[in-house]
Ligand binder design. Structure first.
Ligand SMILES: [Zn+2]
Length: 191
């Protein structure tokens, strides 16, 4: 049983704040199968904030400056994620700067994007200024001549499952007539 093993590993304490009441196991997303290597034991106070049922209490999370040095990787990774959520606070940013995770652990820590803000200048927006996400369906708002072909993509054509060109916020790509084409965001409308 994962929980029994976690209770033993943690000495019956919340692995983040040390609280001994209302302990439960938490599996770090994106994994959802409870396993010893991907889980930590936390108290209900920590759990509510981790799950965003309650706002982050910065004073409570001072405990992360200790838990980040825990010998168990999932505790380190969760500490990193929570510190990242608090990275507007200088003490949390200082703690992050001190942490050392190897490449694999760092990739795991960053897998959920905690505390990462998108760079405004790289957000894709349609002709109405609505933010576009990869996988969206858009509709062309004018006839477009497809470069290198004699084919015109007609106004009103729906383009499903678009991809965003990450380094160019004015370009998306998607399939029209079975062909992948690059489309300017100003000629589409999110549907
Ligand atoms: Zn706790």
């Amino acid at each position: 049983m994962t929980q029994t093993a976690l209770l033993e590993r943690s000495d019956n304490k919340c692995e983040l704040c040390g609280n001994t009441n209302n302990l439960d196991s938490y599996t770090l997303p994106p994994d959802n199968i409870p396993s010893f290597d991907k889980s930590i034991l936390v108290c209900d106070n920590c759990m509510k904030q981790i799950n965003q049922d309650e706002p982050m209490d910065s004073n409570h999370w001072r405990c992360l400056t200790e838990s980040m040095w825990n010998e168990n990787l999932p505790v380190q990774v969760m500490s990193y994620r929570l510190l990242s959520r608090l990275n507007s606070e200088s003490w949390a940013q200082d703690a992050l700067d001190m942490m050392y995770l190897d490449d694999d652990a760092l990739a795991w820590a960053k897998a959920t994007g905690d505390g990462q803000k998108k760079d405004e200048s790289l957000i894709h927006k349609d002709s109405n200024g609505v933010q576009l996400e990869s996988g969206d369906t858009v509709v062309l708002i004018k006839d477009l001549n497809v470069k290198g072909t004699s084919f015109t993509a007609k106004r009103g054509t729906a383009v499903r499952k678009i991809s965003l060109e990450l380094d160019n916020p004015e370009h998306i790509s998607g399939k029209v007539n079975g062909q992948t084409i690059v489309i300017l965001t100003k000629y589409v409308k999110k549907s």
